[in-house]
Design a protein around this ligand. Structure first.
Ligand code: SAM
Ligand code: SF4
Ligand code: SF4
Length: 364
């Protein structure tokens, strides 16, 4: 745990024990700022690039309820993470809005404070299918903002990508409901896969230009082992920018926060901005400050890690907050992951034969 900071002292504040940590740093001097938690491995969509029916079919064994982290367990991990430097928590999945009682979890997380006494940002990434009904309750529970995945506006194409015939109009209604509920500024994620929805790039950009929403184009990644990834299917962000710019001229703008994964571009005519996330063609490991917790409580220090660290075993084995804090500091302190950078250094097209985790298991 070479560079991990000290922790374990506690003071009393309003009767509650407060862990004190000066923040953890990994071996490449990266802090832990962003915590992504997968709250369910289930999903009502079967997006072809994420949970293809051939793998996630009727017989697929999803986790039992007692295997999932409980809300108490998630809250404890988040409290300790906040002491270690985390400022933003993102709930993901699977489809996080399928987790029963998600509003109660959000309430608990919204009550947490940083060592400076500030609330954390609580965000959620969703396929949008349940937003129209849940947006108001999510806001009331304390959710700060949502990111909605939407890969096409063409209903036929959208339905074929989610592969459960879910209409795009219902997702668009969910996005509007979230906006009205105050869950903005809302980001929209479009995963671009060549030959599938790259024909929709300009259409999507035009549709959300001059709207309150920021559309982000994500390079299709080689996560997991079930999506049959090939480099030919990746549309480099530079190509996305060129295609949009030919119709609506764009200019790049500076990032707002360190570790921001999306590169920001704005329309020269003042029509708002877009983002591109170039996980394949322009790795951003150098500033990566994300920790991920899988559905059953494993801490992953990289989206492409093959093994996680079992925090659930610690929690269920009776570890107190100090022990949990020490374990997390030690794991983060030993972190030296830079998978995407290494992949870029290798010959393009070379696929690593590793046992990687699935996106639906770890979340986005
Ligand atoms: N179900 C929610 C949703 O779709 O927004 C949350 C979980 S999903 C795994 C999180 C994000 O990961 C989504 O925006 C999805 O499009 C993206 N994603 C899934 N597989 C991907 C892949 N192979 N490459 C890039 N993004 C991917
Ligand atoms: Fe479900 Fe999200 Fe994966 Fe699509 S991308 S299958 S909505 S978890
Ligand atoms: Fe972070 Fe790993 Fe992605 Fe690099 S490959 S940006 S270390 S999650």
């Amino acid at each position: 745990m070479s560079t991990a900071a000290g922790h374990g002292e506690h003071t009393s504040r309003a009767g509650a024990r407060q862990l004190v940590s000066s923040g953890v740093r990994d071996r490449l001097d990266r802090p832990m700022r962003d915590l992504r938690i997968s709250v369910t491995d289930r999903c009502n969509f079967r997006c072809v690039y994420c949970m293809p029916k051939t793998v996630f079919g009727r017989d697929y064994a999803f986790l039992d309820r007692n295997e999932l982290l409980s809300f108490e367990e998630i809250e404890r991990i988040c409290r300790v993470s906040a002491a270690h430097g985390v400022r933003k928590i993102r709930l993901t999945g699977g489809e996080p809005l399928l987790r029963k009682g998600i509003e109660e979890l959000i309430e608990r997380l919204a009550a947490l404070r940083t060592p400076e006494g500030e609330p954390l940002e609580i965000a959620l990434t969703t396929n949008g299918s349940a937003l129209a009904t849940k947006a108001t309750a999510l806001k009331a529970a304390g959710l700060t903002r949502v990111t909605v995945s939407i890969d096409s506006l063409d209903d036929e194409l959208f339905q074929s990508i989610n592969d459960v015939r879910f209409p795009v109009a219902r997702v668009l209604a969910g996005i509007d409901a979230a906006h009205e509920a105050g869950l903005g500024p809302i980001k929209l994620n479009m995963v671009v896969k060549r030959g599938v929805n790259d024909g929709e790039i300009v259409e999507m950009a035009s549709h959300f230009k001059d709207s309150p929403f920021t559309l982000r184009f994500i390079e299709y990644m080689d996560v997991g082992t079930t999506n049959g990834w090939s480099l030919d299917e990746v549309v480099p962000s530079a190509e996305v920018i060129a295609r949009i710019s030919a119709v609506h001229p764009l200019e790049q703008i500076a990032p707002v926060v360190t570790g921001e994964v999306a590169k920001r571009w704005r329309y020269r005519d003042g029509g708002g901005e877009i983002g591109v996330i170039s996980s394949v063609t322009n790795a951003f490991c150098g500033t990566c400050n994300r920790a991920r917790i899988s559905t059953e409580g494993k801490l992953f220090t990289c989206l492409f890690a093959s093994e996680g660290h079992d925090l659930r075993a610690l929690l269920r084995g009776g570890a107190d907050d100090d022990e949990l804090a020490a374990a997390m500091a030690s794991i983060w302190g030993a972190r030296d992951d830079r998978y995407s950078e290494i992949r870029s250094e290798l010959t393009p097209g070379l696929r690593q034969a590793r046992n990687r985790i699935e996106m639906s298991y770890i979340g986005g």
